[in-house]
Ligand binder design. Structure first.
Ligand SMILES: O=C(O)C(=O)[C@H](O)CO
Ligand SMILES: [Mg+2]
Length: 259
């Protein structure tokens, strides 16, 4: 039985961020994820989680100047000290919110010297993984499709898996976003089988529009069965833009709601 996490950066945006926790619980979710918690004190978020009996499945380390278009810095030469400070900041929130997974965004590396970026990424991720391991937290790598995020350091799922191998730390895993994977890689059943045991978080959305998972070209109930079959028991993050309001689009979630 799949376990879903509402992505509170994209769902329930009809409400201010801190109110989205109540809305997710009311809708029947038992877990949430979000991109960045850093505009709010960790205690306030922890309170919302506790009163709604919600787990947090994942959030991202600080990404640099998001509004200016930055998408992380783990692979950016010259930003190592900032990356290390961001790992520390993420860990403060991770401990307060008891999150098992932190996504370290790599950054836009188009036009930079690729071998240097890779070296920087591997070094930064090893250091981040070692720090996070002290708290039992995993560090994740996510491939982003080149249509939405041109120039991002990782675009294909097997590249993420290869990077995990090179980093060679037991708490570094792939973040398998099936929306990006379908756009860049396809053949999702076989891909999930190939990556068995190497991903620690899954995300979903319809393709090509990134709406509810019951729309578009993918047959998600089939993919949930494949995830079950390969023994995946982590959360599935609902990282989509509702087509016409969050609640109106939650019909697909009816069979999976917390009772
Ligand atoms: O865009 C995505 O798919 C993500 O999960 C990132 O965390 C945000 O870029
Ligand atoms: Mg994603």
């Amino acid at each position: 039985m799949p376990k879903f996490a509402a992505n509170l950066t994209l769902l329930f945006t009809e409400l201010p961020f801190l109110h989205r926790f109540d809305a997710a619980a009311d809708a029947g979710f038992s877990a949430v994820e979000f991109l960045f918690p850093y505009d709010y004190p960790p205690e306030e978020i922890a309170q919302r989680l506790e009163r709604n009996r919600l787990e947090v499945a994942l959030f991202n380390m600080p990404p640099g100047d998001w509004a200016a278009g930055e998408r992380g810095m783990a692979a950016l030469p010259g930003r190592e000290a900032e990356f290390a400070r961001n790992v520390d900041k993420a860990l403060i929130y991770a401990q307060a919110l008891k999150v098992p997974n932190l996504h370290a965004m790599a950054g836009l590396t188009q036009g930079l010297h690729a071998p240097t970026c890779r070296q920087v990424f591997v070094r930064n991720m090893r250091a981040a993984a070692d720090k996070c391991a002290e708290h039992g937290i995993r560090v994740l790598i996510e491939a982003l499709n080149t249509r939405d995020v041109p120039g991002y350091f990782v675009a294909h799922q097997l590249q993420s898996a290869e990077l995990c191998e090179e980093i060679n730390r037991p708490n570094v895993y792939v973040q398998l976003d099936l929306y990006h994977a379908q756009i860049m890689d396809g053949d999702l059943t076989r891909l999930i089988e190939k990556l068995q045991g190497r991903f620690a978080h899954v995300q979903i959305a319809s393709v090509p529009e990134r709406h509810e998972p019951d729309l578009g070209e993918l047959n998600y109930p089939h993919l949930y069965d494949v995830l079950d079959r390969v023994g995946y028991d982590g959360h599935i993050g609902c990282e989509y833009n509702p087509k016409a309001g969050t609640k109106a689009g939650l019909g697909w979630f009816e069979p999976y709601k917390r009772g």
